[in-house]
Design a protein around this ligand. Structure first.
Ligand code: NAP
Length: 247
């Protein structure tokens, strides 16, 4: 699956929501899904970035995407319920969700983490995914082979000093994915996690300011796993965490 090469149009007619679609890995995934025929719903907080991705997709002649401007920090249950109704009215179903948006917070000793920073990281990285997934479950079940993909990290199953709130949020993300996979084990809806591994993005540069970005894979280079988990080739996989760059 790391070398997965999808058939052209293997995501044709799929409706896929990508969070954090304006930058980094989410931007590359949105373009990649669209290039294989998906209609991508681009969700993010910076409208200009989303519009740029939208324009790029349209210029390339891929299916016209949709834009959902939403700041996960302030979004409420009502925002997600309204979004789910709009998706159902407009598209009739939702084939996939990639929960990709997240924030790093501060890398700092545990005893220095402020309550505000902890709350913000947990709100954006965990609670928003909980509320969004809950609101979208019905419309996802209208698809024949729904796929929900969460984004973890190497610190999502092994704690690391100074990665406090972010690491805790990624453990919670893996837990959420496993709970859902178990609950929906007898349905066609599947839940998995991707750990992208060190990838050349703004978040990585913030976490490792002294690192030469050229030593890292670009988001475009890790697309096969993201494509695999949204294509019907992975329809028998649920409850797993997939590592895009195994050591
Ligand atoms: N890059 C790596 O090495 C690496 C390694 C392991 C895991 N990951 C995970 O991979 C995912 C993507 O990371 P990345 O490196 O691509 O990060 P990134 O370049 O920082 O991009 C994150 C995206 O999330 C969006 N976002 C952040 N806060 C948001 C909010 N409150 N509401 C809506 N959107 C928000 C950002 O929007 P704006 O652009 O508008 O800020 C941006 O589009 C994350 O879940 C990250 O934890 C990355």
């Amino acid at each position: 699956m790391l070398n997965f090469s999808p058939q052209a149009n293997s995501l044709k007619n799929k409706i896929i929501l990508v969070t954090g679609a304006g930058d980094g890995i989410g931007r590359a995934v949105s373009l990649s899904y669209a290039s294989f025929g998906a209609t991508v719903i681009l969700l993010g907080r910076t409208v200009k970035k989303l519009e740029k991705v939208y324009d790029e997709i349209v210029e390339k002649g891929y299916p016209e995407p949709a834009i959902v401007p939403l700041d996960l920090k302030g979004a409420t249950k009502k925002h997600y319920q309204d979004m789910a109704s709009t998706i159902e009215n407009q598209f009739g179903r939702l084939d996939g969700v990639l929960h990709n948006a997240s924030i790093l917070g501060h890398l700092e000793p545990f005893h220095q983490i402020s309550e505000d920073m902890y709350d913000e990281v947990m709100q954006v990285n965990v609670k928003s995914q909980f509320l969004m997934t809950q609101a979208l479950l019905d419309v996802l079940q209208l698809a024949p082979n729904g796929s929900v993909v969460f984004t973890s990290s190497s610190v999502g199953n092994k704690g690391r000093a100074f990665w406090g709130s972010y690491s805790i949020s990624k453990f919670a993300t893996e837990g959420m994915m496993q709970v859902l996979a178990d609950e929906y084990a007898n349905s066609s809806l599947r839940f998995n996690c991707i750990n992208p591994g060190g990838t050349r993005t703004t978040m990585r540069a913030k976490a490792f300011p002294g690192e030469d970005p050229k030593t890292l894979k670009t988001p475009e280079q890790i697309m096969p796993l993201y494509l695999y988990l949204m294509s019907d080739d992975s329809s028998d996989k649920t409850g797993n965490t997939f590592v895009a760059q195994p050591k």
